[in-house]
Design a protein around this ligand. Structure first.
Ligand SMILES: [Zn+2]
Length: 348
């Protein structure tokens, strides 16, 4: 069955429509194909596990302890939601993501490399290289920060507005409780969408050290932004990201869907019409409307529902090329539509 990659799409966030019909599950593979797919998945998991042991030098238990010790005191002293318990529903799922993070990161890296290459994002990067070369060395980290934040803003916004990207990003938005560990819940393919911005910045001439440092800071800051902390930092909230800003990003409430995409500087949301920081209320309800299964394994498989059997493409390579071209065209149209979307800036 040669099912197009981008159709039928899963329901996009509420901002793009309230029709939330789920696509039917496709499970029409014959026993021989199912057998082959089982072994393919098994071999891939074995490669990912072995690769993560070799290439990812980090103890997940150490990271969990580090985040717990660093963030939980702030949740106790400055809680957004009073009475929220550390031991809450789906805590085990989010801890599973944290424990499996080396394997998931390695899988994400394997996906990111071809995505970076095929996205052609390095082409405009190379075109800008002579301009970037003129930037004084002292100003480089600041320019890199602004450039990094700008491109991540757009990629993050597209991952909300474009149905195919939302398949993977919705896993990160599925926790219904925001706390120190919920930020670990990420699909590895979702992270691969950051590959084009990175390759763009590297091709433009920003150093791997500065770009890498920004990525690490963004991940660590991201874990804090998910914490049950009420900080709004008024009036600085228009200039620097705060837990409340990011809690609104995760809020499943009218007006909040697909807003506050910035990861460092809210100025991009203000400039491009997606800023949402009401003065008269605080985020209360999180998660997504569509049904996301419980448990890490089921969630990792969930975005692939309805895509069909990729092995079929091997049997019909010519048809696969045509299908890929149609998908790229559909993706380009959706990116253009998302880029042109503008919602009124709420009270700031
Ligand atoms: Zn998001």
């Amino acid at each position: 069955m040669d099912t197009p990659l981008l159709t039928p799409p899963p329901p996009p966030p509420a901002a793009l429509g309230s029709d939330r019909q789920r696509p039917s599950l496709v499970n029409d593979a014959r026993p021989k194909e199912r057998h082959l797919r089982f072994w393919l998945v098994t071999v891939l998991i074995a490669i990912a596990t072995a690769g993560s042991l070799v290439f990812v030098d980090r103890s997940p238990l150490g990271v969990i302890a580090f985040v717990f010790v660093l963030v939980v005191p702030f949740e106790k002293w400055f809680p957004r939601h009073h009475g929220q318990r550390i031991r809450r529903r789906a805590l085990g799922t989010d801890l599973s993501y944290a424990l499996a993070s080396p394997v998931l990161q390695f899988v994400g890296l394997l996906v990111a490399l071809p995505v970076a290459l095929l996205s052609l994002a390095w082409l405009p990067g190379l075109a800008l290289r002579p301009l970037v070369a003129r930037i004084p060395a002292a100003a480089m980290p600041f320019v890199a920060l602004v450039a990094f934040d700008f491109v991540i803003y757009w990629v993050h916004r597209w991952s909300h507005d474009i149905a195919f990207f939302w398949r993977f990003h919705s896993i990160h938005h599925s926790p219904e409780t925001m706390d120190w560990v919920s930020g670990f819940r990420n699909h590895p393919v979702d992270g691969a969408i950051l590959a084009p911005p990175f390759v763009f910045l590297l091709a433009a001439g920003f150093s791997p050290q500065v770009t890498g440092a920004l990525a690490i800071i963004q991940v660590l800051l991201g874990l804090f932004l998910h914490a049950n902390v009420r900080w709004r930092l008024r009036p600085l909230h228009r200039f620097v990201i705060t837990p409340e800003f990011h809690h609104w990003h995760h809020a499943n409430e009218p007006g909040a869907i697909s807003t506050n995409h910035s990861v460092f500087l809210p100025v991009w949301d203000i400039a491009f019409g997606t800023y949402h920081m009401p003065t008269d209320r605080r985020p209360q309800r999180y998660g997504v409307d569509e049904e996301i299964p419980a448990g890490m394994a089921a969630q990792l498989m969930h975005p692939f529902r309805g895509i069909g059997n990729p092995l079929c493409h091997l049997r019909h390579p010519v048809r696969a090329v045509g299908s890929a071209a149609r998908n790229v065209a559909a993706l380009t149209t959706e990116i253009a539509r998302s880029t042109g979307r503008r919602r009124p800036v709420r009270a700031i």
